[in-house]
Write a protein that binds this ligand. Structure first.
Ligand code: PLP
Length: 233
């Protein structure tokens, strides 16, 4: 790999780290409370392979086939996050490879995941995607439907509902704040309803455009792509 590419990525990462640290400080949170998931969907496997060398071990892909491909190439040190929609016919092959599945947006998918996780004798952490911004184009559970899901979620034995995930509208970052604070309130309410049967502690929110506001509003996982790979790929 070209030394310039490596140095540019290192510099981008350092700049992002500084911004994450500053956002944590503003919110009175510890840096260790926020995990950076590097979204590698726009870069080659060779570039993705530089990330673990730079200390980034959580990587995300939004297409299962691409996750399979990069995961085979990069080996077992990586914690893979499936961040996009997972079709049911891709579950069997994806489950053994991932640390967490963000973006679970239907009961049908939850039940298919439960079945396959039982078969593979695993307990799989998932995040429920919520359409917290209310845009018609967005996937995810409606905020008003979330609490009524609790009894169904309590029946799942091979899935840990580890928290919630959302995507804000692409707009001025400060305007995303209500989306993120809504997700946090929904997480708190669902957590209470689940009575300890599920972790329900995580908030996966914040992308290149809006991650600092997301951290201020309680994000525990931020999913960053373009801000890391600017000028690299
Ligand atoms: C691509 C993608 C990201 C990263 O987006 P950037 O704006 O490039 O940081 C985060 N989450 C999901 C679900 C994505 O598909």
């Amino acid at each position: 790999m070209d030394a310039n590419v490596r140095e540019k990525l290192r510099a981008n990462l350092a700049a992002v780290e500084q911004r994450i640290g500053a956002a944590c400080a503003r919110a009175g949170r510890r840096r260790s409370d926020v995990a950076l998931v590097a979204v590698t969907k726009t870069v080659s496997t060779d570039i993705a392979a530089l990330l673990p060398e730079l200390g980034v071990l959580d990587l995300g892909e939004n297409r299962p086939q691409e996750l399979w491909r990069k995961s085979a190439a990069l080996g077992p040190t990586i914690r893979w996050h499936m961040i996009g929609h997972l079709q049911r016919n891709k579950i069997e092959r994806t489950l053994p490879l991932v640390t967490m599945i963000h973006g679970v947006d239907s009961i049908r998918l939850l039940q298919a995941l439960e079945q396959e996780a039982a078969k593979q004798q695993r307990r799989v952490p998932v995040l429920l995607e919520v359409n917290a911004s209310g845009e018609v184009s967005k996937q995810g559970f409606a905020p008003s439907d979330l609490e009524s899901l609790a009894p169904t979620l309590c029946e799942l034995k091979h899935i840990d509902v580890a928290g919630l995930m959302t995507m804000a509208a692409l707009q001025e970052p400060e305007a995303c704040r209500p989306t993120f604070s809504t997700l946090r309130r929904l997480r708190d309410r669902l957590h209470a309803r689940l009575g300890g049967l599920h972790g329900c502690a995580h908030l996966s929110m914040g992308m290149s455009n809006d991650f600092e506001v997301a951290i201020e509003e309680g994000a525990t996982l931020i999913r960053l792509g373009s801000v890391l790979f600017e000028g690299v790929a």
